[in-house]
Design a protein around this ligand. Sequence first.
Ligand SMILES: [Zn+2]
Length: 246
Amino acid sequence: MKIVVLGSSGSAESANRACSSYLVNSEIVIDAGPGSYKNFLKYGGNPLKIKYFLISHLHGDHFFDIGAFFWGMSYYGRTEPVTVIGPKGVKDAFDSLIKFANTPRTFMRFDVQYIEIEPGKNIELGSLKLNTESGKHSVQDVAYRLGSLCYTGDTSPNERIVRLCKKASLLIHESTGFAENEEYLNSVGHSSARQAANEALQANVKKLLLTHIPPSISNQTAKMKAEAVKIFKETIIAKDLLELEI
Ligand SMILES: [Zn+2]
């Protein structure tokens, strides 16, 4: 399984980071934050090859580039349908985005199939097997497990994530700040690097990728890594276009 980080920022983009997005095996896009489509092209991604979008939750930093992806896919002549999987409301949100962009339906010559999932349910779509759990955020957040890869979306620490991610090869966990701000971070449904490392330890995963690093601390990755490795040694800090094989 090959994972490419298309966006490693949280809340807003920074000069060097697009917002949350990860490409799996060139055909699954997990979250589509602002700037991610450009990174998808920089990596050499092919808009005709995308089969699934998995959306964790409906905050802009996780889906605003869906319009860019849809337009790009249309521009390159896509006719194959695509499937969007996400929390309740994802269909309305994306339909509205397309509607307000005044995109003529004839321009988009591919169908979009929506699957709104109840976190905790597992789904199987052909070769794609998904386990899901509910994150703990200010809106419904869906954490995904695809085989040995887990992605939290935005969440404060909770036992559901640990359960979902047991013995995964790679846990992509949000890390929105440091231990010194945990009380605030948790109150708004986020985790510190220390807490993400603790989740990785409890879940007994092989590797932890810390991501969703907001612009205000984008250049403090050494501090973030130091905080995490004290608890979980196999920690990597995400950066855009980082490639990982599991
Ligand atoms: Zn976010």
